[in-house]
Design a protein around this ligand. Structure first.
Ligand code: GLP
Length: 265
């Protein structure tokens, strides 16, 4: 088996359906699943599907535990641009999650280092992350690990690149400043998740997907670290996958996955 599985779907909607299907499958094996969650427009559609699954009684979140990837420094959880607020609005308020099982990095911690170390300890205490959902920045960042982040980095504070600040400006009202400082799980933290699902759609992500999947493993492209992860699945739409050179193989392997599974059972 290749370490990075690539699934190419026709469009964004199908990307989200596939990701939600995999999460549901993992949950059915482990109802107290530990989910690592991401923010951004890519994960929104997955959350839509996960809410639908709850409404259809296909999933019960009462024992599910969550850890969010990152947060803006300086924003408390009621701030409309905080990732805490994003998660409440787009997922937690609409499912039966037990709030005691929701973990997130604080935007205004009293002691950043202690807070980050405590977050890592909480992940360990939960038994580690079972499924980590990820998007990818145009510059290849995962979580908020900007290019140059150590591949073994742990949860810590980071300064965003100008490019990421500009990209995130779409989430804030005109005239408002975009936060430049964040807390993020490190690449080393993400690499310890048992299953990583990285999603991408749109041609503006095609270069990042090419470099993450088929480029050299380098700290200059944080997404490429996943080539060293034992169980990563990249789900991309046709536009995001358009530059991949082994596209035909990925499709072939996906079409034949059931026969492969027979050998593994
Ligand atoms: C932010 C988040 C990342 C996310 C990225 C891509 O920077 N911290 O976790 O992957 O945006 O965002 P989008 O999905 O909106 O393209």
């Amino acid at each position: 088996m290749i370490s990075v599985d690539v699934i190419i779907k026709a469009d964004y909607d199908e990307v989200c359906r596939e990701a939600a299907r995999i999460i549901l499958e993992e949950w059915s094996r482990k109802p107290d699943l530990v989910l690592g969650l991401a923010t951004g427009s890519t994960s929104l559609g997955v959350y839509g599907r996960l809410i639908e699954a709850y409404q259809d009684k296909a999933i019960d979140y009462s024992r599910v535990r969550t850890f969010n990837l990152d947060e803006y420094l300086g924003l408390d959880e009621t701030h409309p641009h905080s990732y805490a607020h994003f998660m409440d609005q787009n997922l937690f308020a609409r499912i039966n999650i037990n709030r005691a099982n929701v973990h997130r990095l604080q935007g205004k911690p009293r002691d950043i280092e202690a807070h980050c170390a405590d977050y890592e300890a909480q992940i360990k205490q939960a038994g580690g992350i079972d499924v980590q959902l990820l998007g990818i920045g145009r510059n290849g960042h995962i979580g908020f690990n900007e290019p140059g982040s150590s591949l073994t980095s742990r949860t810590r504070a980071m300064t965003l690149t100008r490019e990421t600040v500009a990209d995130n400006a779409r989430f804030v009202s005109p005239g408002e400043s975009v936060p430049r400082f964040v807390l993020t799980m490190g690449i080393g933290t993400i690499m310890e998740a048992r299953l990583v699902l990285l999603l991408a759609y749109g041609s503006n992500k095609s270069d990042a997907i090419l470099r993450a999947v088929e480029g050299p493993v380098t700290a200059s492209m944080p997404g490429s670290a996943l080539q060293l992860h034992p169980r990563t699945t990249i789900i991309a739409d046709e536009d995001a996958a358009r530059l991949l050179s082994r596209k035909e193989y990925y499709r072939w392997a996906y079409e034949n996955r059931d026969q492969m599974t027979e050998f593994l059972e």
